[in-house]
Write a protein that binds this ligand. Structure first.
Ligand SMILES: Cc1ncc(COP(=O)(O)O)c(C=O)c1O
Length: 489
């Protein structure tokens, strides 16, 4: 088994402590489950280029604290009962009260952020991992028809390079779409097609590297962005988020910063950034000569209320880089997204994209362009909006029925909602771990694809990504959760 660790030799924390913290976090998260074997010490040491002794000491500490156990010559395995008191964060739940208050997420980033923890094979049977689109809703027939047609009419393009900024047809289709749906006036020569938002974030960070003195990021934050930002070797300011989005009063006054935000729907809290905060952000960027990356990952999926003006739309192409993706609206497997770049940076961004990957696959880009311009994209989004809205309503009703009057938030759009646990319930991480034993994946706010730099939130919120489960599965999962929590009372 491959362990996704990020070891930093320049960190003040010893390598043993880093291995210990990160493996423990994987166990507490449920990504490493009971009875799974850890890699042999020699293999792990070789894989991460550290001494075997380092790994052995970390494993010994994990064993001493009850997370893993040696089973003779068979190897070292995750124990079946993780130490309960370490799972409890809130205390406050009779019978499970803990004197040890914190089982904090490791301060180190954990890999494997976009899919379900642990990959396909060990997914819980009923998994509310946030952000997965419904497999059955993918427009397979149309996609197949477009691809087949392209292969028979334009096969010569498969053997040619295309523009590293992206296929002009697709850039044009996206520019038009942003005009219609987001009120943005974007020229196709401001767009770079990328492999999803992750590639776009990477491109922007590289583009602005020389300019940037400091990185700022939401806390809690989307783990894909937080991992990338933390890997840059620049000082980072995690900025708290409240019900109006990022706290602009907590932004540093350092010049030439680069800030990552999710204004349309903060990930993971689900809050929408208020207009006042948006304007304050733009003022801050002007005053400090800073740039902002707006990650607009799921704003096509809005159920209640009108679409929102993007931050980039307010900014008029000066300080905001806008990032979009087709991962949520169509499918993450396409690996297609885009960056809208202020005009003066576009040429450099195009050269950089050429250096990084020389553009994206012609076939997928061309198919997506056709999918959008023929009107299939709009139709598809209307269709999945209906499906996801109905699943959201089903989840809300099931929680209502089984838990009285749950306090839910972040459900106006997107693919997940948040349940604020009532007083007296176990901590979210505790419920996450126990539910997983029953084949249900629900996630604490600092866990399901999110990263908490510490101090951001009490551990009393559970995330439910409802988009990839059928309504029957949603009802069944919530009933199992109810039985679990009743049994604990
Ligand atoms: C905040 C946020 N941004 C972006 C993405 C999608 O990333 P990508 O386009 O790289 O698939 C996700 C996926 O979960 C997300 O939660």
């Amino acid at each position: 088994m491959e362990l996704a660790l990020t070891l930093d030799t320049s960190s003040k924390k010893s390598l043993q402590a880093q291995v210990f913290d990160q493996v423990r976090a994987l166990i507490l998260d449920g990504r490493l489950q009971a009875d799974m074997a850890l890699p042999p010490t020699r293999a792990l040491a070789e894989r991460f280029n550290v001494s075997r002794n380092t790994v052995m000491i970390a494993y010994e500490r994990l064993a001493a604290e009850g997370y893993v156990e040696a089973r003779g010559t068979a190897g070292i395995f995750v124990t079946s009962i993780p130490p309960d008191d370490l799972l409890l964060i809130n205390g406050g739940f009779d019978g499970f009260r803990s004197s040890e208050p914190v089982a904090q997420q490791s301060s180190e980033p954990i890999l494997c952020f976009a899919g379900s923890p642990g990959g396909e094979t060990d997914r819980p049977a009923l998994d509310f991992w946030p952000g997965r689109s419904a497999a059955g809703a993918f427009p397979l027939q149309t996609w197949r028809r477009i691809i087949t047609n392209l292969l028979s009419t334009e096969p010569q393009n498969l053997t040619d390079y295309c523009d590293p900024a992206g296929l002009p047809e697709l850039r044009k289709a996206i520019a038009d779409h942003l005009g219609r749906s987001r009120g943005m006036h974007v020229a196709m020569d401001q767009i770079i097609i990328t492999a999803g938002s992750q590639d776009a974030l990477n491109l922007i960070l590289n583009l602005l590297r020389q300019h940037t003195q400091r990185l700022c990021i939401e806390n809690p934050c989307y783990i894909g962005a937080s991992m990338l930002f933390q890997s840059q070797g620049l000082p980072i300011d995690p900025v708290p988020v409240d019900k109006d989005g990022i706290r602009t009063d907590c932004l540093p006054s350092v010049h030439r910063s680069l800030l990552y935000v999710t204004p349309s729907r903060q990930f993971p809290t689900g809050v929408m950034m208020s207009r006042g905060r948006r304007l304050a952000l733009l003022r801050w960027a002007e005053e400090t000569e800073s740039y902002i990356v707006e990650d607009d990952y799921d704003s096509d999926l809005r159920y209640d209320g009108p679409p929102l003006t993007s931050l980039a739309g307010l900014d008029q192409g000066r300080r905001v880089f806008h990032v979009g993706t087709f991962s949520k609206s169509v499918g993450a497997g396409l690996r297609l997204g885009f960056a809208v770049v202020p005009r003066i940076h576009w040429d450099d961004a195009r050269v950089l994209k050429a250096q990084m990957s020389n553009g994206q696959s012609w076939l997928e880009q061309r198919a997506l362009a056709e999918f959008i311009t023929e009107g299939h994209f709009d139709r598809h989004v209307r269709k999945v909006r209906r499906i996801y809205k109905s699943r959201r309503d089903c989840l809300r009703a099931a929680l209502q029925k089984n838990f009285g009057d749950p306090v839910l938030s972040g459900s106006e759009s997107g693919l997940h909602l948040i349940w604020q646990l009532p007083p007296g319930m176990p901590s979210a991480r505790f419920i996450q771990a126990k539910a997983r034993e029953l084949g249900i994946g629900v996630y604490a706010l600092s866990s399901g694809g999110a990263f908490d730099f510490g101090g951001a939130e009490p551990d009393d919120k559970l995330m439910f990504g409802y988009s990839s489960l059928t309504e029957k599965e949603i009802v069944q999962a919530v009933e199992t959760l109810r039985d679990l929590l009743r049994a604990r009372h």
